[in-house]
Design a protein around this ligand. Structure first.
Ligand code: ADP
Length: 262
């Protein structure tokens, strides 16, 4: 059976914050034919809103801690302002967008991350993706726009990494569709030299990734992004790409691990 195509585009926080990049990305997204899902990151708007409300942003090793008051802010900002702004813009472009968190239709359930070794607060690790409900939305012609929020099905929202949401949804839907997963970031893709956009790596294997992490040429946010990308390609997603918002057709293609005969 030939599976129908599904495009899942993940757009990073830096693009969401930049008016010109966001508009360009949404135009490219709306020109994609067929079934599609947009997953968006949060960006710094939550930090700005929190500070206006007198809520301090706590960080450990450069990573945000989601305290109880911060969880309220990210729910308002990611699930409200950012998500609905994108939905309204997509509607203006003729897309039948519907903005959702993981709690809506129980789309994505997660468990609160253990407090040991680092207590990140109200952060969720994805445990379940509701394929049937997502499929029903896609089959009805809707374009789901997913905020980086999940729930524990016990009444609590959890802040969840948007790359992880995108790769979890892509993996879960790969049984039903031929999925292309595209991570749109502020770089043209994986670079040999992070400061030189002309050093784009067109294809990357797990072995290349390990070598580039060891020699320091891949660091920071690109490490978990690539881990999510390799997990997706090795779990049945048809194509995984890391690229910039302005170039959905280019970027770095993720290579699946070679098959072994053991
Ligand atoms: P997002 O845009 O999804 O929030 P991140 O900021 O988490 O993405 O990850 C992308 C960042 O990773 C880039 O902006 C860059 O600073 C960093 N990075 C580290 N190593 C590399 C590399 N080799 N190639 C490209 N980006 C890299």
């Amino acid at each position: 059976m030939i599976k129908e195509k599904l495009n899942i585009i993940k757009v990073g926080g830096a693009i969401v914050e930049d008016e010109t990049s966001l508009e360009g990305l949404l135009m490219s997204f709306s020109s994609l034919k067929g079934k599609k899902i947009l997953v968006h990151g949060g960006g710094k708007i939550a930090t700005q809103v929190a500070s206006k409300l007198g809520i301090e942003t706590q960080m450990i090793d450069g990573r945000r801690i989601t305290s109880a008051p911060m969880l309220k802010v990210v729910t308002m900002v990611y699930g409200g302002l950012v998500n609905k702004d994108i939905v309204a813009r997509l509607q203006a472009l003729g897309e039948n967008a519907i903005g959702l968190t993981g709690a809506d239709m129980n789309l994505i359930m997660s468990v609160k991350r253990p407090v040991d070794p680092v207590n990140f607060g109200y952060v969720g690790d994805v445990k379940f993706v509701n394929v049937r409900s997502l499929k029903s939305l896609l089959e009805a012609g809707a374009v789901p726009v997913l905020a980086p929020l999940t729930h524990d099905k016990e009444g609590t929202m959890l802040n969840t990494n948007a790359d992880t949401i995108a790769s979890s949804v892509a993996k879960a839907l790969s049984g039903e569709y031929s999925v292309t997963l595209t991570f749109c970031s502020s770089t043209p893709g994986v670079l040999k030299d992070v400061n030189d956009p002309t050093t784009l790596v067109s294809k990357i294997s797990k072995a290349d990734f390990r070598a580039m992490v060891s020699d320091g040429s891949i660091s920071e946010g690109m490490i978990p992004k690539l881990q999510n990308a390799f997990e997706a390609i090795n779990a049945g997603v048809s194509k995984v790409v890391i690229t910039s918002a302005g170039n959905l057709e280019g970027g770095t293609t993720i290579l699946a691990d070679p098959e072994t005969d053991d």
